[in-house]
Design a protein around this ligand. Structure first.
Ligand code: A3P
Length: 281
């Protein structure tokens, strides 16, 4: 990865940027055939909305409830990171599988919607998502540097970042917000009341837990607890994936004008929507 030049680290497919190293065209081509099962546990999140956090929560929920969890061997377990031969082995994996993706619903394999598994979607306020993305791009060797900040800010606003536009993702999930097979949870809600959200998530997927199990999972899933074990879970990228874990860090990078512009764009796209009402900029 270090040897790949920054300008070669991303490529465009159907108008969206992807990682050349992690999601090359052959991986994306093969993904179209992915056979999703109706009992799969599916986690979807736009990058930097807390995917790795909730993956860990889901693994713990599945372990506590069934004594096991089945997930693709990749870290993080995103289907678009699985090389074709690994995608092939997914069909031999016992149920219930944990499958994740950062893909826009339009670009997710069709069987995610025809087989109708339950899908948990994580969102986070767009300003903190952008700031988290900026730091992540700068520290992750498979992605190009995001410097300077003002350029990355405008790239994010126009969707010229890996996996595309935050707002396109939000508007696509907004359309599915009343689908009983879809549950949308905010990063900020997880921060505010983790035990309650752990309980809701476990009930949504049908993994009954005792109150003691819920509380223990929440305690093991705080930012601090996850940072401590991040070397084990994420190798030398531990502190890159678990950077700060706070609400409102955007204030350290956004100019007043950028904040105002983001509020306006957010309002023009999301005003009057149910999802917009759950999000705070
Ligand atoms: P920051 O960069 O703001 O710290 P993803 O997993 O989707 O890449 O999201 C990464 C973001 O989630 C990072 O945000 C990371 O710190 C945060 N995060 C990870 N685990 C967390 C936890 N247990 N509690 C709060 N935030 C967490």
């Amino acid at each position: 990865a270090a040897k790949t030049k920054d300008e070669d680290k991303l490529y465009k497919r159907d108008g969206v940027l992807y990682s050349t190293i992690l999601s090359p065209p052959e991986t994306m081509d093969k993904l179209k055939d992915l056979e999703v099962r109706d009992d799969d546990v599916v986690l979807v999140a736009y990058p930097k909305c807390g995917f790795n956090w909730v993956v860990a929560v889901l693994r713990k929920i599945m372990n506590a409830s069934t004594g096991k969890n089945e997930a693709p061997p990749e870290r993080p377990p995103l289907v678009e990171f699985l090389p074709p031969d690994v995608q092939q082995t997914l069909s031999e994996m016992p149920s219930r599988r944990l499958l994740g993706t950062h893909l826009h619903p339009d670009n997710m394999p069709a069987s995610f919607f025809s087989r109708k598994p339950k899908i948990l979607v994580i969102f986070r306020n767009p300003k903190d998502t952008l700031v988290s993305y900026f730091h992540f791009m700068n520290k992750n060797p498979v992605l190009p540097s995001a410097e300077p900040w003002d350029k990355f800010y405008s790239d994010f606003m126009s969707g010229e970042v890996p996996w595309g536009s935050y707002f396109d993702h939000a508007l696509a999930w907004e359309k599915l917000i009343d689908d009983p097979k879809v549950m949308i949870v905010m990063y900020e809600e997880l921060k505010q009341n983790l035990p309650e959200e752990v309980k809701k998530i476990s009930e949504f997927f049908g993994f009954p837990l005792t109150e003691e199990q819920v509380n223990s999972i929440a305690e093991q899933s705080t930012f601090r607890a996850m940072l401590e074990t991040s070397n084990k879970s994420h190798g030398n990228l531990g502190s890159v994936f678990f950077r700060k874990g706070e609400v409102g860090d955007w204030k350290n990078l956004f100019s007043e004008d950028q904040s105002k512009q983001m509020d306006e764009v957010f309002h023009s796209k999301m005003a009057g929507t149910k999802l917009g009402a759950q999000m705070n900029t």
